[in-house]
Design a protein around this ligand. Structure first.
Ligand SMILES: *[C@@H]1O[C@H](CO)[C@@H](O)[C@H](O)[C@H]1NC(C)=O
Ligand SMILES: *[C@@H]1O[C@H](CO)[C@@H](O)[C@H](O)[C@H]1NC(C)=O
Length: 478
């Protein structure tokens, strides 16, 4: 329990830092971006700049936002931009969904599936022997695993003969923390600083009005509640799971997988991957892959970098290990498809704020030519309630309605190819290539190097907020 609390704290801290740094960086880029909603960006950027301090010291009185201003205090803000829908199921009214709300009871995990049960995937092995956790078998939870272990040393061989770009790890995975790397972001395909992607990345469902549904950071205490809702509505999702959580709640992972959802790798300790050495990246991906394999009998062929923090070095390692990177949608004109649900859990914005920005996502999703992938989380009760009470329903009742699919399915990747054991496609995942053999483009495919980093339209949480987040999480866990 203590260890998972630490993980949450580091996750909170890391997320905080990233978002602040993004705001700094957006200032340099936004003016050159023809599609940028300039007034919003300028406000956000100049506020961030005016503190003239390191990113961890952003002026706590900064206010920015997309109409309903977010402040450093988790207080409700102006009138909602959209009608507040009635909640679905037992979820509280949106106005009550805010940091510090009472936690809902967790649902017990039905242990419906026994070892030997047939897999829901053609060609995949049956469920293996029930997982038994032994500390000696695993690295400590929520820390970067030791790279000298025989396991990591063996996995390092998967990189043999692969051209891994020789970039020094970034300082902390943020643009502000490493200005030299940030200046080279386009060249190294660094998503964090400008949304640079490569053709090998999955970033959006191709079909318009199609939402690739994904939940990160579980399996958590409230994931079962989410799974019950998804079942009831016949929605399947992609779960990007953290290895340290998988070994805590293997039965929840089994419920996800056997229920027809897709399982993908989201690292062992949720660090910024660009800030790690090659060996550490291999360790983070390798241990998570192994945890999933031990519980389910299958090895995902996809992964999502925490915070979206990927560059060509991380990409090449990931592909060399047989995992295709999957990020969430981010375009110069429509911004990032991040529900900001984690900011509600952190007390930075209210449930109403988050739902308003989600309505913005749906609005933007109606404008872009393709479908999209949205970032949500199943780690906190608040984020699960936003999903089950509001966002998923809003998408289904939208006019025209959105089609909700797990990401592999929306990409028309056969479900068997989502796992190594059942994959029949010899060119998937694609072999990693050297960075000068691929053409870079920013998210959205525009040719402008001044890509809009829409995170700047979000909020600039201060240290006080991080502290309150910390307290809330500690309260929730102890
Ligand atoms: C959607 O579009 C609006 C208006 O163009 C913009 O302010 C907002 O940042 C966009 N992105 C999201 C994710 O809402
Ligand atoms: C195999 O994977 C590649 C991408 O690596 C893809 O372009 C191709 O369509 C896939 N083939 C099948 C039959 O799915």
């Amino acid at each position: 329990m203590k260890l998972s609390a630490l993980a949450l704290l580091s996750l909170a801290a890391g997320t905080q830092a990233t978002h602040e740094y993004r705001a700094h960086h957006a200032k340099r880029q936004a003016p050159g971006s023809p599609n940028a909603p300039v007034s919003t960006i300028t406000t956000a950027a100049s506020t961030a700049h005016s503190s003239n301090a390191g990113p961890s010291a952003v002026n706590p009185s900064s206010t920015t936002g997309t109409g309903s201003a977010a402040t450093n205090k988790p207080t409700p803000t102006g009138p909602p931009l959209y009608p507040i829908p009635p909640p679905q199921g037992n979820v509280p009214p949106l106005s009550k969904i805010t940091s510090g709300m009472p936690s809902v009871a967790t649902q017990p995990v039905p242990t419906t599936y026994k070892p030997g049960a047939s897999a829901p995937i053609e060609g995949a092995p049956p469920l293996p022997t029930a997982f038994v956790f032994r500390q000696a078998d695993w690295p400590p939870q929520d820390t970067i695993p030791d790279t000298n272990s025989p396991e990591v040393q063996a996995w390092m061989k998967e990189l043999d003969g692969i051209d891994i770009p020789n970039y020094k790890p970034t300082v902390d995975g943020s643009c502000g923390g490493d200005p030299a790397a940030a200046a080279d972001a386009q060249n190294r395909g660094w998503w964090t600083c400008g949304g640079w992607t490569r053709d090998t990345d999955v970033t959006a469902c191709p079909d318009k009005y199609t939402w690739g549904v994904s939940f990160d950071d579980g399996p958590g205490f409230y994931t079962q509640q989410l799974l019950s809702y998804l079942d009831e509505k016949d929605i399947k999702a992609t779960f990007f799971v953290v290895g340290s959580r998988v070994i805590e709640r293997p039965n929840v992972l089994i419920e996800e997988y056997m229920g027809g959802n897709e399982i993908s790798v989201h690292t062992w300790s949720h660090k910024h991957l660009t800030s790690l050495t090659n060996e550490q990246i291999v360790a983070e991906l390798g241990w998570t892959r192994k945890a999933i394999k031990d519980v389910l009998g299958v090895t995902p062929t996809t992964m999502r970098p925490p915070f979206g923090d990927i560059d060509d070095r991380v990409r090449a390692i990931s592909l060399a290990m047989g995992m295709v990177p999957v990020i969430w949608t981010r375009t110069p004109s429509a911004g990032q498809f991040d529900t900001n649900d984690w900011k509600v859990a952190g007390g930075v914005v209210t449930g109403i704020d988050s739902f308003n920005s989600f309505q913005g996502i749906l609005g933007n999703a109606s404008i872009i030519d393709t479908g999209f992938i949205v970032l949500q989380h199943d780690l906190y009760d608040i984020t699960v309630e936003l999903a089950t009470g509001y966002t998923l329903n809003a998408a289904q009742t939208h006019n025209p309605p959105f089609t909700l699919k797990p990401i592999g399915q929306c990409m028309s990747i056969p479900s068997s190819d989502m796992y190594r054991e059942s994959n029949t496609n010899k060119t998937f995942p694609a072999k990693p290539v050297s960075d000068d053999a691929v053409s870079g483009h920013n998210a959205g495919g525009g040719s402008s190097s001044a890509s809009l980093n829409a995170a700047a339209t979000g909020t600039l949480p201060g240290l006080a907020v991080l502290l309150s987040f910390t307290i809330v999480l500690v309260q929730a866990l102890f």
